[in-house]
Design a protein around this ligand. Structure first.
Ligand code: ADP
Ligand code: MG
Length: 481
């Protein structure tokens, strides 16, 4: 099997759980992790005679999303019933939007293989309710039904088939993930299933206009699985076609344990959902004033922030991208940059390097950083004013992380101040030269590489505290002889 000659085509349907306190059509709590069936009321349980009431918050959140992806907010959208039977769906239908979704025709940009911006079309985004959950684990002879999730609000975001590789699909998914968290409309928690996607995958010979037959990979809830599942499915399809077979349109499941995709149901067995407008719910009507009012509440978006970090702080584009991946991280960096007297790039290096490393090591979020932004700025300032070298700063950083106090306090307590007195450095250099006559002779006969050896010796003598720039300069001068 070879991928040469084949083009991959992918469209994603992302389900983002909206971060409302109560459900989309009832007053039950949406909080995760409660005892089964303690957060489902008569509406969620599908009792006859009860009526759904739309939670206004979901309209606000969908509108924010529309504005963020440059989409149209439908002045009128309609809830429909999608009819099917399943034990976790007591009503016998799911309320969703079909023909008139609340959001249409948006776009978002991802970096392509050459680092240019690539536009990914967003066909639509619609509101719907989630179903309950069937539970099999720990139950020997029967299945359990937990309806806490029934009626939880979802925004389903459907992309155009514009993605051309598993990598692009992941980049797109990450973009949307960052965006919904910036907007505060979803917590994006993938372990809890608050952010997941179905990936539609097809292949076609390069140059062919017509799309190939697609399969749909259901319920992928980690970036790693999305990439793996798509790649496995692409290879399966190419192999199948090259062996003279045909792809059948069907729903497949990714099995991570065996790293394969397996059929779930084919198009022939697909349900006819008999969609029709829900007679219990009025169409949602959105006025221009409402949209305008929401526009005023929009936060700075990730792309805007990234561009500003490059313009205002002179950051490298890649670094600005990393630092704007989440709002708390961006805010932390900005607090360091504002409080430090040096360049923002030095602050960025410390946030992306040592700080991110320490957070990762201890499994902490930026919000739980053991070093405050103000304290990290204090460390960056001591590097900038040459009190300590970058190398010594790493030692100070670890002490700060361990809770030993501010950079200044640690530098003082440990006597780490950098030696910048040239005569002090000169006398150490003299000693090193006197102690190593053989190496000095070799260096003078052209073995330049020995410079590192001498620098190392001087640093050893000064416990790493001599200013490296000065050490280099003085060594060069003295070794000339
Ligand atoms: P459905 O309603 O059956 O799920 P849609 O036409 O709404 O189908 O498409 C769902 C998703 O599948 C969209 O993200 C779309 O971009 C994608 N898609 C449609 N056709 C193809 C194809 N041939 N290959 C890959 N993705 C596709
Ligand atoms: Mg679909």
């Amino acid at each position: 099997m070879s991928r040469a000659g084949w083009e991959v085509v992918i469209g994603l349907e992302i389900h983002a759980q909206l971060a409302t306190k109560s459900k989309i059509f009832s007053g039950s709590s949406t909080a995760y992790g409660a005892e089964p069936n303690t957060q489902a009321n008569l509406v969620d349980l599908g009792y006859p005679g009860v009526l759904p009431v739309l939670n206004k918050e979901v309209v606000r959140m969908a509108t924010m999303f529309a504005l963020a992806v440059n989409a149209k907010v439908a002045p009128r959208s309609v809830f429909a019933r999608k009819n099917y039977f399943y034990p976790d769906l007591p009503k016998g239908y799911q309320i969703s939007q079909l023909e008139l979704p609340i959001v249409a025709l948006g776009e978002i940009f991802i970096p392509d293989a050459d680092g240019n911006k690539k536009r990914i079309g967003i066909t639509r985004a619609h509101l719907e309710e989630d179903a309950g959950k069937s539970i099999h684990e720990g139950l020997a002879e029967f299945s359990g039904i937990d309806l806490n999730r029934a009626g939880t609000p979802l925004l389903e975001i459907v992309s155009e088939p514009d993605l051309r590789s598993a990598k692009e699909a992941v980049l797109y998914m990450k973009k949307i993930h960052t965006l919904v968290r910036y907007l505060g409309i979803s917590d994006g928690n993938m372990q809890e299933g608050s952010f997941r996607c179905d990936a539609n995958v097809s292949v076609r010979p390069v140059g062919q206009e017509e799309l190939g037959t697609r399969t749909e990979l259901k319920n992928l809830n980690s970036f790693r699985f999305i990439e793996k599942a798509i790649n496995i499915e692409v290879e399966r399809q190419i192999e199948l076609i090259e062996d003279g077979g045909k792809v059948v349109q069907e729903t497949r499941l990714y099995d991570a344990d065996n790293d394969e995709t397996r059929p779930m149901r084919s198009k022939e067995e697909a349900n006819d959902y008999r969609y029709f407008p829900d007679p219990d719910l009025l169409p949602v009507e959105i006025t221009d004033e409402f949209v305008l009012a929401i526009k005023k509440t929009m936060p700075e978006l990730p792309d805007e922030k990234e561009a500003r970090f490059v313009d205002a702080y002179g950051l490298k584009a890649d670094d600005a991208g990393i630092l704007t991946a989440s709002r708390p991280l961006a805010d932390y960096f900005e607090a360091v940059a504002v409080a430090s007297e040096s360049t923002a790039q030095l602050a960025a290096n410390w946030v992306i390097g040592d700080l991110a490393g320490a957070l990762n090591r201890d499994g902490l979020d930026i919000a739980d950083s053991r070093i405050s932004a103000a304290d990290l700025a204090g460390l960056v300032n001591r590097i900038h004013d040459d009190t300590i070298s970058g190398k010594i700063a790493k030692q100070v950083f670890e002490a700060m992380w361990a809770g030993e106090g501010s950079a200044d306090a640690i530098i003082k307590a440990r006597g780490l101040t950098q030696i910048t007195d040239s005569s002090a450095i000169e006398s150490v250099v003299d000693k090193v030269i006197a102690d190593n006559p053989g190496q000095v002779a070799e260096y003078r006969s052209g073995k330049d590489k020995l410079m590192g050896y001498f620098v190392g010796k001087v640093m050893q003598e000064t416990k790493g505290q001599a200013n490296p720039g000065q050490v280099n300069q003085i060594l060069k001068d003295k070794l000339k002889g």
